[in-house]
Design a protein around this ligand. Structure first.
Ligand code: PLP
Length: 408
């Protein structure tokens, strides 16, 4: 019996004891339609007051008291999270007057940030005797769940838009999952997977539907706290689609605030693409206006952000900022990032880097401020996105004359 946490509705505040059948708040989700962001996403609450009295122990237990899993043995043996945080001092030979840190989450087993959520959902399923998990995905959540389930001996069923990048589709199939390509967009795949969960009783990993996705994603904040020797970054740039990663980042720091380990929150900057900015464009509206999304950053191409309500609450409460970038700025940023750091990111991840560059152009960071960019996925997942921006020269005769002619 897992009594480590309860689940609280971010809308009405009701609290529930967790179970694998409980996803959204039963009351608030009654109002949900397929044309507005869902209400009733649940947030995990721990015994913060008790933990506060032994906050150092929370650190020495590696934050396990703040995780919704009973035993670490339930997690996959693959190395998830604990990704490197690199400090870079220059961009294109120019010294930066602030401290730039890159958190490289392409170093996860399936090469994206999504493994943080998949591993926690999979572990929770294991602890509850569940062996089949379904997810709808733009590609990364699906390839992640497929890989994690392969490591855990579980069965994964993945619904993806048929237009997902071929590397992500290939991963899903190679990891042995059942793939269901959908003739429609991500939002349609999402709705279908929820119907399937009701019809067939499969456990569902969908982002912001399963509350444990947020708990998995928050682990990045605990790591940043450790890696920066318990200092809080001044800024964190986060790429945003459904708004779960950003909520996870906030939730991790909020947990640390609740147990008294930190006393202020970082400024989090939500970065979207101009072709898909339904989350940041609706923050100040009373109704919800959907603009159909179109962007090369497939992982953050979302019409109805599934975690809009919670993300909005966090951004308002902790004074987050927002920024959008164009597809061209993303490609450009991806090239700057790759040639300066050796980290090749997929477009969604390069979006956060593009946001940092744009923010820096508009308004200098203060001297010595710590600026973190979350690099959420590997560039090898979507080679097509940058193919038009690069040229691979024709082959030369393998002799020194031909090489001389290249004028290297
Ligand atoms: C899913 C994803 C995001 C965005 O996360 P949301 O929770 O949907 O906002 C960003 N980058 C990559 C690489 C992703 O796979």
């Amino acid at each position: 019996m897992n009594d480590k946490f309860t689940l609280k509705c971010s809308g009405c505040g009701r609290e529930f004891s967790p179970s694998p059948e409980l996803y959204l708040c039963p009351e608030c989700s009654k109002l949900n339609t397929t044309t507005t962001p869902p209400k009733g996403v649940l947030k995990a609450i721990y015994d913060f007051d008790v933990l506060k009295s032994s906050a150092e122990k929370v650190i020495s237990n590696n934050f396990w008291d703040l995780m919704p899993i009973i035993s670490p043995d339930s997690l996959p043996m693959l190395k998830v999270g604990n990704t490197p945080l690199y400090r870079f001092t220059d961009i294109d030979g120019k010294r930066l007057p602030f401290q730039l840190y890159l958190k490289d989450d392409s170093q996860n087993p399936t090469f994206s940030f999504k493994d943080r959520a998949s591993s926690v959902v999979s572990a929770y399923a294991k602890e509850n005797g569940i062996s089949t998990i379904v997810a709808a995905s733009t590609g990364n959540a699906g390839s992640s769940l497929a890989g994690i389930c392969a490591a855990q001996g579980q069965k994964a069923i993945i619904m993806v838009p048929k237009s997902a990048p071929v590397a992500k589709l290939t991963q899903i199939v190679m990891y042995g999952a059942t793939i269901v390509p959908v003739d429609g967009n991500y939002d349609m795949a999402f709705d279908l997977s929820i119907e399937a969960t009701k019809a067939f009783g499969w456990y569902n990993r969908n982002t912001a539907f399963n509350p444990l996705t947020i708990e998995g994603k928050k682990t990045v904040s605990f790591e940043l706290f450790n890696q920066l020797s318990r200092e809080i970054p001044d800024y964190i740039f986060v790429p945003v689609g459904d708004g779960v990663i950003i909520s996870g980042v906030y939730k991790g720091f909020e947990d640390l605030l609740n147990v008294g380990l930190i006393s202020k929150m970082p400024t989090i900057v939500a970065v979207q693409t101009e072709g898909s900015s339904n989350l940041i464009n609706n923050l100040k509206r009373d109704d919800f206006l959907v603009t159909p999304s179109s962007t090369i950053a497939d992982s953050i191409s979302v019409d109805i952000p599934r975690n809009f309500c919670m993300a909005k609450e966090f951004i308002n409460l902790y004074h987050g900022e927002t920024l959008s970038v164009t597809d061209n700025e993303i490609i450009e940023a991806s090239m700057i990032l790759s040639r300066n750091t050796g980290i090749f990111s997929e477009p969604a991840a390069a979006t956060a880097y593009a946001g940092m560059l744009k923010y820096y152009q508009r308004q200098q960071f203060n001297k010595n401020q710590k600026v973190v960019v979350l690099l959420t996925g590997s560039g090898l997942k979507d080679l097509n996105a940058v193919s038009k921006a690069i040229t691979i020269p024709n082959a030369i005769e393998p002799n020194i004359e031909a090489l001389r002619k290249m004028n290297i």
